[in-house]
Design a protein around this ligand. Structure first.
Ligand code: ADP
Ligand code: MG
Length: 690
């Protein structure tokens, strides 16, 4: 027997059971060892009922005292009462009575996991539970008991915890050879146990200490391969042959000295980090992260001026026309001071407008070009593109970025994002880039006052908006756009606009902007809003990124519960950009939504990095990036929120490995190569191992 022997080599696995197991992804003995317990019972993690307090998330062991269904006003419920010798606990289900009833017998021993509530006694609603063997006793034996995920399919074949455990035991006792992934030198230099030990101890261990070592090793493996992917991507993005931009040049100084504010320490720090990269003939590949309003734009303008001072061209690409247009105005204001020509290029431009820009780009007379993805069209030819800046780069595909970079001879690359990303996530998801973080706000900022309200408070909110408008300020009202029902949400915004305009604010000019408008229409509305011809702007989330209206002081977000915290924070960043005190009002519409606590984080802090951490904890990395479907973050055992130290270890090992063996050719790295090509190669995106 070995790691790749079919599961049917085990005693008791006939062809029917083999098929059921195969359907769960268990085809080989190795697969079975990688079928990790979803939870472990250990005496140090079992809580006695006596010690419960409401709100605790607990694991306990208890014996069934009684069970049965009960009629309530809300319909039939099913309840089981268990005792652990220190107290009684009620388990409650609001549905599934018929299927639950046969699962229990009086005297059964259960392992239970869930959140404790109190209704005249301790209760857990819809707990996770497993029926245990009589002799399963982690408390007196000190053993750790594995609890496996049991799907309906497994159960229907009669596979229960005991059978799975015995199958795993059989495999481990057969002393099959578990091939180690890492060369000895790597295992020796890190404190991770061997794979063979880990795959044994994850199932059966003599205590939480051993188990923890096993979990750490298996997490390490998963992080390692993602970091290996990042190391390879990074290597593929590094090109020698970039133009070194050595000088600060005359323009940088001219513009930086003309500013009516002092750059923050953080801005100076990132400019230095960027310039240190630009001096090299290896192309820069850097991500600039900074909260909304932290002053990334001026950093990108100064860096562009520096590049132009070294006689190369700069391209700046933004995801929307609104944002590109706004960047153009910001750049133009500053670049004019140094007489540096710049141009804007967006999708639907007239030929007669476009032609002279294309000409100026090709002959080099226009050194700075700003635009949307219109910049990557084939007929745009740069004379000497030396620096590419992409704003909100996660909104673009890898290919779009590559296409723009291809317009130069290995230009330097700077990505910018206003989404603060927790560090562990950043070094994984953006692990192929260097990171610069603006972690300091300009000193003159007044924090935005944030409040979550129920719809009953709306008359007061509207009254407040009227008062703000009366003294010349402006407001925004955001409606969510949900992709599946884009149309109905759009009509919600349209209807709301009509009602606000005609009934609630009859004497105030109320504008509407949404994604279905043409770019001309959108530009016109934004132009009127920035000239304060529109006092209240109703919008779907098109306004989300970057738009800068310093005079806007009230941001009201409808159906706030539908947004992620990071997104709410982005929206809030649209106000508080001027000298007046600003307000963010989040209207929670769905009373059944348990989001009050989540939303209250917005009331407590304005720090985007704290909010990002919370958002990551609450929603997980997939949702955080809107990547839930992509599989990028589908781990078996790794966890982006809690594995910080392991991620750093894995990164170090992976990057050193690629440094020494860029194509994974060494004999000692062959297992790594094999697993990588099997499980990760589809994510390489245009990179290959030779
Ligand atoms: P971001 O792009 O990071 O959201 P911006 O670059 O648009 O932020 O900056 C927001 C506002 O702050 C702009 O009006 C900008 O001129 C101003 N600003 C930038 N840096 C500073 C600073 N160091 N001190 C004061 N104001 C600043
Ligand atoms: Mg910006």
């Amino acid at each position: 027997m070995n790691f790749t022997s079919p599961i049917s080599t085990l005693n008791g696995v006939g062809s029917r059971r083999e098929k059921v197991l195969n359907d769960q992804g268990i085809s080989t003995l190795g697969d079975l060892l990688y079928y990790f317990p979803r939870r472990h019972l250990d005496r140090t993690t079992i809580s006695p009922i006596r010690n419960f307090t409401k709100g605790d998330v607990v694991t306990l062991m208890g014996t069934v005292e009684s069970f049965g269904e009960k009629s309530t006003r809300r319909g039939k419920i099913f309840q089981v009462i268990v005792s652990d010798g220190t107290g009684l606990l009620t388990l409650t289900w609001f549905n599934g009575v018929r299927y639950l009833k046969p699962l229990f017998k009086i005297g059964d021993k259960l392992a239970i996991h869930g959140k404790v509530d109190y209704y005249g006694g301790f209760t857990i609603t819809h707990p996770e539970f497993d029926t245990l063997e009589k002799d399963d006793d982690p408390v007196s034996t000190g053993k750790v008991i594995p609890l496996y995920p049991l799907t309906q399919e497994l159960k229907s074949d009669g596979i229960d915890q005991r059978i799975l455990r015995n199958m795993v035991k059989d495999v481990l006792q057969s002393r099959l050879d578990i091939p180690e992934i890492f060369p000895h030198a790597i295992l020796d230099s890190t404190n991770y146990i061997t794979l063979s030990e880990a795959l044994s101890k994850i199932h059966f261990s003599n205590g939480i200490g051993e188990l923890t070592l096993a979990i750490q090793r298996l997490k390490f493996d998963e992080h390692f391969f993602l970091q290996l992917l990042m190391a390879l991507r990074k290597r593929s993005l590094q090109h020698s042959g970039a133009v070194p931009l050595l000088d600060i040049g005359p323009y940088f100084k001219l513009i930086s000295e003309s500013l009516n504010f002092e750059l923050t320490g953080a801005q100076k720090k990132v400019i230095k980090e960027i310039h240190d990269d630009l001096k090299n003939s290896t192309s820069m590949n850097r991500l600039l992260q900074g909260d909304v309003g932290s002053g990334k734009t001026i950093v990108s303008i100064l860096v562009s001026a520096l590049a132009v001072g070294n006689n190369v061209q700069v391209a700046i690409m933004a995801p929307t026309e609104i944002l590109a247009t706004q960047h153009f105005h910001s750049f133009k204001t500053e670049l004019d001071k140094a007489n540096i020509p710049c141009a804007l290029l967006v999708g639907k431009m007239k030929k007669s407008e476009r032609a002279p820009i294309l000409e100026g780009i090709e002959n080099g007379k226009i050194p700075v070009l700003i635009g949307t993805h219109a910049l990557i069209q084939d007929d745009i030819i740069f004379n000497n593109l030396g620096l590419v800046i992409v704003d909100e780069q996660h909104r673009f595909g890898v290919n779009q970025r590559a296409k723009l970079l291809d317009k130069g001879n290995h230009p330097h690359f700077l990505a910018m994002t206003a989404t603060p990303i927790p560090r562990t996530l950043s070094i994984t998801y953006h692990g192929d880039m260097e990171l610069s973080i603006i972690d300091e706000m300009p000193a003159n900022r007044i924090p935005v006052v944030s409040k979550v309200v129920e719809p009953t408070r709306l008359p007061k909110v509207y009254q407040f908006m009227k008062e703000e408008v009366a003294v010349g300020r402006q407001c925004m009202i955001i409606y969510p756009l949900v992709e599946e029902s884009e149309k109905s949400d759009l009509s919600a915004a349209v209807e709301a606009h009509q009602q606000l305009d005609e009934i609630i604010f009859p004497d105030i000019s109320v504008g509407l902007i949404h994604g279905r408008m043409t770019s001309d229409e959108k530009d016109e509305i934004m132009a009127r809003f920035s000239k304060n011809e529109i006092s209240i702007l109703v919008s779907t989330t098109v306004i989300e990124v970057g738009v800068d209206i310093p005079n806007a002081t009230v941001m009201m977000i409808e159906h706030a519960e539908r947004f992620g915290l990071t997104q709410l924070h982005q929206l809030r960043g649209r106000v508080g950009r001027g000298v007046e005190k600003s307000y963010c009002i989040m209207v929670k519409r769905d009373v059944t939504d348990p989001s009050r606590k989540r939303l209250s984080i917005m009331e407590k802090t304005n720090d985007g990095f704290i909010i990002a951490d919370e958002d990551l904890k609450l929603r997980g990395p997939g949702e955080f990036f809107g990547l839930k479907q992509s599989g990028f973050f589908q781990f078996k055992i790794a966890n982006m929120v809690t594995d910080g130290v392991i991620i750093r270890d894995a990164r170090k090992v992976a990057f050193e490995l690629i440094e020494q063996d860029p194509n994974l050719k060494k004999e000692s790295n062959q297992v790594i190569r094999e697993i990588f090509l099997r499980d990760y190669a589809d994510r390489l995106e245009n990179i290959s191992l030779s």
